[in-house]
Design a protein around this ligand. Structure first.
Ligand code: DGJ
Length: 676
């Protein structure tokens, strides 16, 4: 038997072809466990199930072949590896179809990346209904699935559920803001007992900036499976002769040390191998959106700049409202000229003022969209996604530009070139996208290939993003889609951070950031202090400081005490942010189903611990131990909680643990632990 072993540190996959050519999965799990020597190969599950071969099972590949046959039977046709990458070629012995399973191990983060290449090797087109990125078989007595969703302002609401017989599908639709509804990550716990620090869990994330789909199948005899990849509904493809379709990838990591360890590996993967400039420390942002919304004027903005600099912020971000005739969201997307009614001298005086104040300057754009009320739409009504003869329904008064058209891609890239070229000093863009795709049709695609839009639009968007990043290497990019609608480990290749959610009520944010931290490291999670929820500014600061800190407040209306609090928070954040942004996250006390939360970021012998009591929490409770703290090593503990009188600050740990803050909730404690 030829075993194909894919080793990735603490995650190992073993596959082998049988005598009949079918490829079986012998093992997925920790390296110390392996295939059972006594079990015949035929009893192991197939590595990649197809429609029509295994009855009653969910397929990972489904094709209608040129001769009309709908079944696909894959047989081993060779394996090779180039460097560390494994490629296992499977072919249908009747239909001219090859499916190559591809694996890239990431031993430094204990993860395996997988994708599939489907090739039409015949001389007539076939139809590809489904092409998942991976479909590992998973045993387990009581599998549980954890997934997240929630929609606008409810991102990352968790569900953990036991799986019964049948298939549980979690998937997204809409193409653009997919992660609002379904962030592209799930956890599979074989026995449902995984906790943060112990137990077995498989984490999987699909690296795709469009719709995703996970099918968790619980089958008789413990032959379960998790199929992951891009959404297949509405995404059928014609595969021309000679064409090879490469799926997005999915990243798997198998943890026997609990959910926290799986997250830390995904964070390392993101920071080291995905996120643009992943090791770079992120700046502290002052944004205008929740401060002034569309009401922009030179004096008002100058006052905001002045206050932002005085408080210690490092980057001033001018959000929506600076272009066209944009007094609200009904007009002007597409008309990327400065609104001279609001800013008669243009943007440059504000940029210069910001730079002179010692901050960087950032600008909001929404380049993939157009308002029907815009010069762009009047000139190019055919540049949008839509279907002939069907209503062009607007969402947030806007339509999606059809990036499958090369001229539209050129327009977007050229627009960004022009905005940046005309305004020296912009080193940051917030790239927003505020509607989904509906009536998914494209004038760039033939009538029989309209459903190609699902993949082609994502790829075209990637192309545009990659080109912008290539042309403007010194401009950092924030990824935003009505909040956290784009939170995937593909798009982040060109972006530095994500706007986590429009919900900035810090009480809600404790839970949203908790959920998001299952996939994304704190360095990429934009967290701003606003007035949302009417919470104390000090509490808002304490929540934002556990991620990428910023403010989105009218800084001219802060009370003196609030100004001191924000300035303290900025200074404290700059002291701890290397640990927060680049350290290991330990989620210690969950706010899911409770009204308190604790988390710690640990880097070497330094730690920063955040404790939050939320409304409803009665107080009291045991102090929270700092993870990894050796009680014999003397440490300095600094209470960095902004807004608290110095006399009330804690200066020592009780038995290596941090006590919960007293007082009325919401209330927080932040302590920094450093060796003496
Ligand atoms: C949606 C974003 O999530 C907000 O932060 C803000 O930029 C608005 N769009 C502006 O229209």
């Amino acid at each position: 038997m030829t075993e194909i072993v894919i080793e990735a540190g603490l995650t190992r996959l073993v596959l082998a072809p049988g005598d009949d050519g079918r490829l079986h999965q012998l093992h997925l799990g920790p390296p110390e466990a392996g295939p059972r020597p006594d079990l015949p190969l035929a009893l192991y599950p197939l590595a990649h199930p197809t429609f029509g071969e295994e009855p009653l099972r969910e397929p990972a590949v489904r094709v209608t072949h040129a001769d009309g046959a709908v079944s696909t039977r894959l047989r081993f046709d060779g394996a090779e590896h180039e460097g560390s990458e494994h490629r296992i070629r499977l072919v249908d012995r009747v239909a001219p179809l090859a499916v190559t399973l591809c694996y890239r191990p990431w031993p430094d983060v204990d993860a395996i990346e997988q994708w599939v290449e489907v090739a039409n090797e015949g001389d007539a087109p076939c139809r590809l209904h489904q092409a998942a990125s991976g479909a590992p078989a998973l045993a387990g007595p009581a599998p549980h699935l954890t997934h997240w969703g929630g929609g606008w302002a409810g991102e990352w609401t968790p569900t953990t559920e036991p799986l019964g017989p049948g298939t549980k599908t979690v998937a997204s639709f809409g193409g653009v803001r997919s992660s609002l509804y379904r962030p592209p990550v799930v956890l599979w716990s074989p026995d449902g007992t995984a906790t943060e620090e112990s137990g077995t869990v498989l984490a999987g994330t699909v690296r795709w900036g469009g719709d995703v789909r996970f099918d968790a199948e619980v089958a008789p005899h413990g032959q379960h499976r998790l199929i992951a990849g891009p959404q297949s509904v509405g995404a059928e493809r014609v595969l021309d002769p000679g064409e090879v379709l490469v799926t997005p990838t999915v990243v798997w990591t198998w943890s026997t040390r609990g959910i926290g360890e799986a997250s830390r590996r995904l964070h390392r993967f993101a920071r080291r191998h995905v996120v643009r400039d992943g090791a770079r420390t992120r700046a502290t942002v002052a944004n205008t959106w929740e401060a002034v919304f569309f009401a922009l004027d030179p004096d008002g903005l100058a006052a905001q700049v002045d206050r932002a600099a005085a408080l210690g912020c490092e980057l001033f971000l001018l959000d929506d409202g600076w272009f066209g005739r944009r007094d609200d969201d009904t007009t002007s997307l597409g008309d990327w000229e400065v609104d001279r009614r609001k800013l008669p001298e243009g943007l440059q005086p504000l940029i210069d003022l910001t730079l002179a104040a010692g901050m960087r300057f950032g600008l909001w754009v929404e380049p993939e969209m157009v308002n029907a009320a815009s010069d762009l739409y009047a000139a190019h009504p055919d540049w949008v996604i839509g279907e002939p003869g069907r209503e062009r329904r607007e969402e947030r008064n806007q339509l999606v530009l059809d990036l499958c058209r090369p001229e539209v891609r050129d327009f977007v890239v050229a627009t960004i070139d022009r905005v940046l070229g005309d305004h020296p000093g912009i080193t940051y863009l917030k790239w927003d996208a505020n509607r989904d795709v509906t009536e998914p049709g494209s004038g760039a695609l033939s009538a029989d290939r309209q459903s190609h839009l699902a993949w082609d639009r994502v790829r075209a968007t990637r192309e545009v993003m990659a080109e912008v990043a290539r042309r403007h290497p010194d401009v950092e990019l924030m990824l935003c889609a009505s909040g956290g609608g784009r939170s995937d480990l593909d798009t982040l290749r060109w972006f530095h951070e994500v706007w986590t959610s429009d919900d900035t009520d810090p009480v809600d944010r404790v839970r949203i950031q908790w959920g998001a931290s299952h996939l994304l490291p704190a360095s990429v999670l934009g967290a701003h202090v606003t007035r949302w929820g009417g919470r104390p500014v000090a509490f808002g600061c304490a929540v934002a400081m556990s991620a990428r800190f910023g403010v989105d407040l009218d800084l001219t209306t802060l009370t003196d005490l609030e100004s001191v609090t924000v300035a303290e928070a900025v200074a404290a954040y700059h002291r701890i942010r290397d640990v927060v942004q680049h350290g290991d996250l330990h989620r210690l006390v969950s706010p899911v189903g409770s009204d308190r939360a604790a988390l710690a970021h640990v880097s070497g012998d330094r730690a920063v611990v955040f404790l939050y009591r939320l409304p409803g929490d009665p107080g009291g409770g045991d102090p929270v131990p700092v993870p990894g703290l050796d009680p014999d090593i003397p440490v300095t503990v600094t209470d960095l909680t902004p807004g608290r009188p110095p006399a009330d600050r804690l200066t020592t740990l009780v038995d290596g643990a941090v006590p919960w803050p007293a007082g009325d909730a919401p209330v927080a404690t932040i302590v920094e632990v450093t060796p003496v």
